[in-house]
Design a protein around this ligand. Sequence first.
Ligand code: ARG
Length: 558
Amino acid sequence: MDFKQKVVDLVSEQVDLPKEKISMLIERPKNAKMGDYAFPAFALAKIEHKNPALIAKDIAEKISDDNFTSIQAVGPYVNFAIDHAKLVNATLNDVLTEKDHFGDQKLGEGNVPIDMSSPNIAKPMSMGHLRSTVIGNSIAKTLEKVGYTPIKINYLGDYGTQFGKLITAYRLWGNEEDVKKDPINNLFHYYVKFHEEAEKDPKLEDEGRAAFKKLENGDEEEIKLWKWFREVSLQEFNRIYKELGVTFDSYNGEAFFNDKMQPVVDELKEKGLLEESRGAQVVNLGEDENPALILKSDGSSLYMTRDLAAALYRKKEYDFVMSLYVAGGEQTGHFKQLKQVLKKMGYDWSDNIHHIPFGLITQGGKKLSTRKGNVVFLDQVLKDAVSLAEQQIEEKNPNLSNKEQVAHDVGVGAVVFHDLKNDRMDNFDFDLEEVVRFEGDTGPYVQYTNARAQSILRKANKKISMDNLSLNDDWSFAVAKALADFPAIVEKASEKFEPSIIAKYALDLSKKFNKYYANVRILDEDDQLNARLALVRATSIVLTEALRLLGVNAPKEM
Ligand code: ARG
């Protein structure tokens, strides 16, 4: 039950204001002793030209409802104090009835393509791509829970001049066997070497450009190499996605749009938007803005050209209500331009395009850079986290039946949760020990809490009935109140595209539950045993669902 809505309904019977307005006005008293909700009478006072305290008094006298232990005027406010036992009872009833659908809502509908992960082939997947993957995945699950249809798109960086360089480098220093053995590392190694050598011998750049031209013109040998590089890279990426449990609905990357760019260029021309600037073709976006580069002086296309084609394609293919791009904050300028160009083309739906940026990950205070070889190897991070989890389990619970699966869920969960628990715009320094820490504000802490709840339920081994689920102690109330907040948390996370709201909530609920566990004798055989077990089950349901929305598994035993 929604107690706030109840307050809105009660107030609306007494005053001449629309319910939405009342809902907006309702506050939470700063001091919890004053009640759980407060309706301020100032707005009415203005309309009715009366003293707000008198109005509040008048309203309070007219309302009575047994969901509240007191409804009284305090100065210009009408304060409502929830009957705690009733809230516990109603909330547990809701959670146990709706189970993992608790918190589902209909805030919107329609297709929402989410451009996410999108690593570049022949390069190791970076921490930035990991962030994009897990943030995008969580946003997808959250949007789905509130009614939308997410479409997860992996817009692979599988095209561009760098592939000409790579082909050249492979021919000079590479061989098939090495690539087969360790594709990404070796391809990457050739690529780094290309840049080192090109500094000494600028002719290499020309060779790279020539190879790319051939690729663009459909030369068989070049295409064969490029396809092969793409395939072996994707295989490695898929290994990481499998570990993370992330799937995609489309892998249409940059190359997919090769034959879809000319129509965009033509359209820009027709609409009189294309201008020449120092040999290149650009769209001017006003005096204070950089122009958007559409074609280089040699006629080749750019990142922007491909993204324009992709945006138009997505509109046509999915008829989206919103289109999201989860990509690093350093690309903010790019996406701003993308929207501006689409707007100039007359497409008002460009307003529904949102770049979802995130902060930078540094290491030892330094920026990570693929180019300079200063990278964190993701599969290694995941492996290390899993083996640390294994060690912990070996120490704490050596007889656990499905050890391997649990170690995987805990290790990978630690990495994912670590990435999601801070506001996505926050920058953070990457420290493996910090990532795989299992105590404090971590994913494993939430997982442990859930496993603890499950273990209590196993121990009790009782069927929970829905009869009387009222509990009146403060520990239970704190947990139930947090449970009752879950739908609002999901709503806020979906509106702000902010998984950290859910992660922080899961930590808070865990802490409240652990206090309950430390202070209440849950398994005592008395007439409240059923209600206490209901609270344990409800907590487990909501923790499991919160973790699911973050893309983290919740083992039942640890
Ligand atoms: N491949 C790009 C990179 O690694 C990210 C792509 C983001 N998506 C987009 N539609 N531009 O930086």
